[in-house]
Ligand binder design. Structure first.
Ligand code: P6P
Length: 341
């Protein structure tokens, strides 16, 4: 548990800002407001079991998934809080099919926010850690014109910041703005995120693989070989990798980020509508890929770096192999047919 004398996330942001003389404070103001939204969401997640905020909102989202009430609450909280910061020209959410413009009554800024308001929401009512994932870009079209899809569909390598909030046994914020990855733990008694994990580095190689083996019969032979490789006792350690799969991306990713390992969501033939797997490039894969690469890891589609992908659609899905660099490179070798079993 961080000491009460710890560094608050705002102090940390201001220190980073001071290191960039050209910084106007816009980014700090933007992230500060997102942190307020996350604190509000964290409070609701933590009391979800006590009030009627569980269950379904009675509608489907763009992904055709049942929207949980807490999903909707998290989405609305972020949209309403961030719209008035004056630092954004547009937003995009996993819960909304289109770009979310900034209402005329609010000033527009130079940043774009893309987010998954509450990932892992199918786990809400079984008290499994869930999270908010966010990604920040600079707008590319000239002010004062209306922002376009061009401002949203940018390669992951263009992100200026990315991270996630994980709502679990404690709530944490993990983010990067291109100068390493830093983790902050929420101290509920004072409502502050305090620096608890400075300059996180993911081990070069892990001992854990995370994948939903229930999809085994829908995988390609190459994917089956990857999982078989990780399950085979290692020549040096004579031990296989440990299998860990929570089914909540932020929770699985966070564990691997701290302890090492690989998370995989490969393509599968289970749902013809999702031939490239379930996870979304813009609001899940790009932000986590920026974080993992800043921590010394790697993220791939199996054929190339996630961050180099040219996005085509706002909600496009991509295969994801992410985590310890050596493990992801091994997965790439098998996908390319070069792997040694
Ligand atoms: P499956 C949660 O719904 C989610 O989007 C991610 O958080 C998680 O990693 C994945 O889906 C789990 O999907 O198909 O294994 O249940």
């Amino acid at each position: 548990m961080p000491s009460l004398l710890g560094t608050t996330v705002i102090e940390h942001l201001l220190t980073t800002q001071k290191a960039h003389p050209e910084a106007t404070g816009a980014f700090t103001r933007l992230l500060s407001e997102l942190i307020v939204a996350a604190k509000i969401i964290s409070r609701e997640v933590n009391k979800a079991g006590l009030v009627d905020i569980l269950g379904y909102a009675g509608r489907e989202n763009i992904q055709g998934e049942q929207v949980q009430k807490l999903d909707e609450f998290a989405h609305r909280t972020i949209v309403e809080r961030m719209a008035h910061t004056g630092e954004l020209c547009a937003m995009a959410s996993e819960e909304d099919p289109d770009i979310i413009p900034i209402p005329e009554r609010f000033p527009r800024g130079n940043y774009v926010l893309i987010f998954d308001p509450l990932d892992g929401s199918s786990n809400i009512d079984v008290n499994v850690s869930i999270g908010t994932i966010f990604s920040i870009y600079r707008r590319v079209t000239p002010m004062p014109a209306d922002p376009t899809l061009e401002d949203i569909l940018q390669k992951g390598s263009k992100q200026v910041a990315a991270g996630y909030f994980v709502y679990g046994s404690s709530s944490m914020m993990v983010y990067t703005s291109g100068s390493g990855v830093h983790g902050f733990t929420l101290l509920p008694s004072i409502g502050e995120f305090l620096l608890s994990h400075e300059n996180i580095k993911i081990p070069e190689r892990g001992r854990t693989f995370s994948v939903n083996e229930g999809n085994y019969n829908y995988w390609s032979d190459e994917v089956k070989k990857i999982v078989s490789y990780f399950k085979t006792p290692d020549r040096e350690t004579k031990r296989p990798y440990t299998g860990r799969y929570i089914g909540s991306l932020v929770a699985d990713f966070h564990r691997n980020l701290l302890h090492g390992g690989i998370f995989m969501y490969p393509p599968d033939k289970k749902d013809p509508k999702k031939p490239l797997g379930k996870l979304r490039l813009m609001c899940e894969c790009n932000p986590l890929s920026f974080v993992v690469e800043q921590a010394g890891g790697y993220a791939s589609t199996g054929f190339q770096s996630i961050l180099d992908l040219e996005p085509k659609e706002l909600h496009q899905r991509v295969p994801l192999y992410i985590g310890s660099k050596e493990d992801v490179l091994i997965a790439e070798q098998f996908i390319k047919g070069e792997g040694e079993s």
